[in-house]
Design a binder for this molecule. Structure first.
Ligand code: PEP
Length: 251
């Protein structure tokens, strides 16, 4: 049984004041929610503030990236142990914006995921094809290659404890969501691949989130697909009402 997981990726958004309002509004909206795990990933500078405001809740705190080395001469970077100390429980890795704008390779994503896992953070590894790749009928090959590279070297047990986020690049921030059929088809494919990489137990235990223009309106239909175990939410996660309503997709 895979517990649904709803994560918000704030990207480079929100001030301290906006963070305080968001969390104060979110808390009562999620108070009675059970059977669903919820988390938010603010920018690094807001982690301590968000963590202290969330301390009396079950909402998980996460980071949007993490470096692969424990410490050292890596100006501008943050390590997994620093994130853990800041109260993080998960780290989003290999987001398409990191891959496209910052040249992140699958090998780097694997290194980051290894560091996160070893520090005790839940790695959320993102994969997804561009529109050109889908139009060319290459989406399964692209996602398979990203998964093979980003998850290289992990044991079946480790794979089972990781989260994969399928985020078609053409659906991120565009308002164009994958259809439920497209989402289920790719999630089923990813689950099959994880099963091949780590055995049946890993395939059936690994949670696979969908990301790409998830809204309160489309969340329930996406999340009721057999292999969709949650959502990675960008734009709608900046609004407490919308984010809470996505987290309450069953209610
Ligand atoms: C994201 O950036 O991970 C994302 C899914 O964004 P949005 O929900 O805005 O499409």
């Amino acid at each position: 049984m895979r517990t649904p997981l709803i994560l918000g990726n704030w990207k480079m958004n929100k001030t301290s004041e906006e963070t305080i309002s968001f969390i104060e509004e979110l808390k009562p909206l999620l108070e009675d929610l059970s059977g669903v795990e919820v988390g938010v990933a603010p920018p690094y500078t807001l982690l301590h503030l968000a963590g202290s405001l969330l301390a009396d809740t079950k909402v998980l705190l996460g980071a949007q990236n993490c470096h692969w080395a424990p410490h050292g001469a890596f100006t501008g970077e943050i390590s997994s142990s620093m994130l853990l100390e800041a109260g993080c429980a998960f780290a989003i890795l290999g987001h398409s914006e990191r891959r496209q704008l910052f040249g992140e390779s699958d090998a780097r994503v694997a290194q980051r995921a290894r560091a996160a896992l070893e520090a005790g953070l839940l790695p959320v590894v993102c994969v997804g094809e561009t529109l050109a790749e889908r139009d060319a009928g290459r989406h399964f090959d692209v996602v398979a290659a990203q998964l093979a590279g980003s998850l290289a070297g992990f044991s079946p047990e480790e794979l089972a404890g990781m989260v994969i986020a399928y985020e078609p690049v053409w659906a991120i921030g565009t308002g164009r969501t994958a259809s439920v059929e497209q989402a289920q088809e790719m999630h089923g494919f990813i689950r099959g691949l994880i099963g091949k990489m780590g055995g049946e137990a890993a395939g059936s235990r690994t949670r696979i989130l969908y990301g790409g223009s998830v809204t309160p309106q489309n969340a329930a239909s996406l999340l009721e697909q057999t292999d969709v175990d949650g959502a990675l939410v960008g734009g709608a996660s900046l609004d407490s009402q919308k984010f809470a309503s996505i987290a309450r997709f069953r209610v």
